[in-house]
Design a protein around this ligand. Sequence first.
Ligand code: CMP
Length: 138
Amino acid sequence: MPIERTLSIIKPDAVAAGHIGDILKILEANRFKMIAARLRRLTRKEAEGFYAVHRHRPFFASLTEFMSSGPALVMVLEGENGITRLREIMGATDPAKAAPGTIRKLCAESIERNAIHGSDAPDTAAFEISYFFPGIDL
Ligand code: CMP
């Protein structure tokens, strides 16, 4: 299986709820390696640029407000089949539908405040990594 890098964000809800350690423990137990990380509050503009693909969705304003509401841990993670595998470990977008043992089942509040983000494909991973970590060696 290929070694892949993916962009992950521990979102403001999970940071505020004290779940950083719980989530990193799950990631490390699943053999993800942290390549880069920054704990920071996104500006509204950064959140809008990051989620630009969703700009016509009804939840866009609320999502970008939430994502810029407090500190988030933005990370580049690396692992075997990392893009797909991270999304499996995260669980379904809506925590009510997430499988037992997944990060969202354990830590998320709602479909919007859903604890963690992970890139959904190689091209989005490349865009998202360079969005937050320009110049990082891919
Ligand atoms: P994420 O995986 O970061 O990708 C897009 C985000 O939009 C998603 O997690 C949720 O935070 C949010 N989202 C997706 N669908 C909905 C929805 N139906 N209502 C509110 N927020 C949503």
